[in-house]
Design a protein around this ligand. Sequence first.
Ligand code: ZN
Length: 435
Amino acid sequence: MTSIAILHASQLVTLAGPKRPRVGSELSDLGIIQDGGMLIREGKIEIVGSTEEVAKNARDVEIIDAGGRVVLPGFVDGHTHLVFAGNRLDDFERRARGETYEQIANAGGGIWSTVEKTRAATSEELFKQAQIHAEWFLRCGTTTIEAKSGYGLTVEDELKILGVMQRLNEETPLEIVPTFLGAHTVPRDVAQAILPASRYSQTGLSASRYVDLVIDEMLPRIAKEKLAEFCDVFCEFGYFSLEQSRTILTAARKRGLGLRIHADQLSNSGAAQLAAELNATTADHLEKTDEQGIVAMKSAGVQPVLLPGSVYALGSTAYPRAREMVDAGLAVVLATDFNPGSSPTPSMPMILSIACTHMKMSPAEAITASTINSAYSLNRSGKIGSLERGKLANFSIFDCEDYRELAYWFGIPQTHSVYVKGERVRLWGAQATGL
Ligand SMILES: [Zn+2]
């Protein structure tokens, strides 16, 4: 493995700080080094400091001149639905015409259409499409993502999706943290979903039988084959009740999985409180969470994962109460919620833009929420999320001089190059055009 020295970053945004998730005013402290540099050996960061200091120690190493650009830890995207087949272009157009969710579902759209396409796709086909998605994440400066299953909803199809993630982890530079989301929605064909298990092959099948399938068939296989680190449930009226969510997540914990919850996206169902009760690592969405939910999350140390991309893409303005959460001392995380239905963006810079414009987070708070705090939410704070001695050299160089430009110029990729474990894995940007 080569050793390199990065010199002349206009701002080396280190995110160095206390060894815990950042809260309150800590979210604003980016630990910026002006004209900064890093010495990297064996894929890890050895020295972080001024260009002068790093250059002094940079013997027998390849010098990379950042040319007055911003250097940031690779974004850590804590909530994505990476692996699915097809897209939801027709839904997108119908929504633009003003059709309701029900009308779109009746016309053959909605989540079920993605489940059908994903079930019909081979593992190779899913891999090919997800490989393109992985490339998009790198293009936006993201080096680690959490990714959920949940478009299979049968034992074999959920395993197929998690298997694709495992292969992506081996064959692309993007690091993927797998989450099992068998409880994404109750399959329309519960019968088909559970028939493979002979003891369910009886009449009177219901949603609660699907919960049994998730607990009795899916979780044991996934835990045994170590296909996921976390378990997630879509806790919402019409999806999985509080009681069903509690049952599934409790079973997942017994199998050694960490817990995440899709909470209070469409209604204030008490899911944030459930996350607190179960000491879940994260509660995600939280568009409808009220003060009680915020207090509960604070008392249990649950990290809120806010997904403003889905609010934006659904044409809503009901953003979660980010300011109140920051002020209450929650270790806020921002993520894309990349998925074909409600948030078709892999772009963390776009999320930074929405967070600053619509949730009134500052650019610094948004960057902390999408790097170090997100790394904590994925149990990877010791390795990624900041540029500090001993951590993996996962970082991106952006074609701008001030980190705030990442949230300010929107709709244009500013990524210059991306490094994973000290290796440059992608290069775009001005260098290619000689600017
Ligand atoms: Zn989601």
